[in-house]
Design a protein around this ligand. Structure first.
Ligand code: SAM
Length: 290
């Protein structure tokens, strides 16, 4: 077969299927983008690659050639037959027909790491409708993984890889930064997919940190603080924290802001991650504030 475009058309026709929009199916048909993803994920024979949403297998095929093993997690049952047929000659391929959000990834990794598989990497052209829950799951479950190389909607990429405190920052910016360093790999044109998505796309790479960039007295409280700070984006941070139940009342909030030398009009997105750590640690040390 000539290229991914031809191959994709052929497979869709052969199995008489079309893309399911509600599952976020946009099949990648641009060979050079696939090359860039595989190259930047730095796939080699000592790696287990967990691919989320293999679809017809356009990215999977290249991963299988380079990786020690590929485990693909796909929700759409129609893909099982296609993938099994397409990759019958590979003995390093496994497919799990389930919603990735329900898979116990820690256990999956534990079962597959052995003397031949030294590193685990996540690679995916993600279904855009659940990008945030997938990224949060991959980070919050503290998986034994090295990197996450994924295609996401460009606007989401901007937020994921922003530096905390930049204008685009949202709660997820701080979460990503806490767990990983991030970089943009490439911006991808809409015509790189069948069918073409309505939004622009970008491949990003997150490298899991070995050590946290800030010292926290209570990690859970820190993330609650971050989430509450961005729940009501148009409010000042003081109001967001009182309304979000992080601080008991405005007087206690003002005392915290005075003690930490923060302006009462401060908004969440203007604070650095270190400043949020200071607020969180202050609240832990002064339990009577909440
Ligand atoms: N990897 C293929 C490619 O690049 O051509 C397909 C990518 S497509 C953007 C997203 C894939 O994720 C689809 O195959 C879709 O069926 C699958 N998917 C959607 N929701 C899922 C879920 N909750 N768990 C696992 N896979 C899912």
């Amino acid at each position: 077969m000539e290229n991914l475009y031809e191959k994709t058309k052929f497979i869709l026709k052969k199995y008489k299927i079309s893309a399911n929009k509600s599952l976020g199916q946009n099949f990648l048909i641009n060979d050079s983008v696939v090359d860039k993803i595989v190259e930047s994920a730095d796939v080699n024979k000592e790696d287990l690659i967990i691919e989320i949403g293999p679809g017809l297998g356009n990215l999977t095929e290249f991963l299988l050639q380079k990786a020690g093993k590929v485990i693909a997690i796909e929700l759409d049952q129609r893909m099982l037959e296609i993938l099994t047929d397409r990759f019958s000659m590979y003995n390093n391929f496994e497919i799990i027909n389930e919603d990735v959000l329900k898979v116990d990834l820690n256990n999956l990794i534990k079962l597959n790491k052995n003397s031949e598989i030294k590193k685990v990497k996540i690679v995916a052209n993600l279904p855009y409708y659940i990008t945030t829950p997938i990224i949060m799951k991959l980070l919050e479950e503290k998986l034994d993984i090295e990197t996450i190389t994924v295609m996401v909607q460009k606007e989401v990429a901007d937020r994921l890889i922003a530096t905390p405190g930049e204008k685009l920052s949202g709660a997820i910016t701080y979460c990503v930064y806490y767990y990983a360093t991030s970089e943009s790999v490439t911006i991808v044109e809409n015509n790189s997919f069948i069918p073409e998505p309505e939004v622009n796309s970008e491949v990003i790479k997150l490298s899991i940190r070995k050590n946290a960039p800030i010292n926290l007295l209570d990690e859970q409280k820190f993330f609650k603080l971050i989430k509450a700070s961005f729940m009501q984006r148009r409010k000042t941070l003081i109001n967001a924290l009182v309304n979000g139940g992080i601080l008991q009342n405005k007087d206690k909030a003002k005392k915290l802001f005075d003690d930490l030398k923060l302006d009462y009009n401060t908004r969440g997105e203007s604070l650095s991650i270190e400043q949020f750590a200071e607020i969180s640690n202050y609240i832990v040390k002064n339990e009577n504030l909440n």
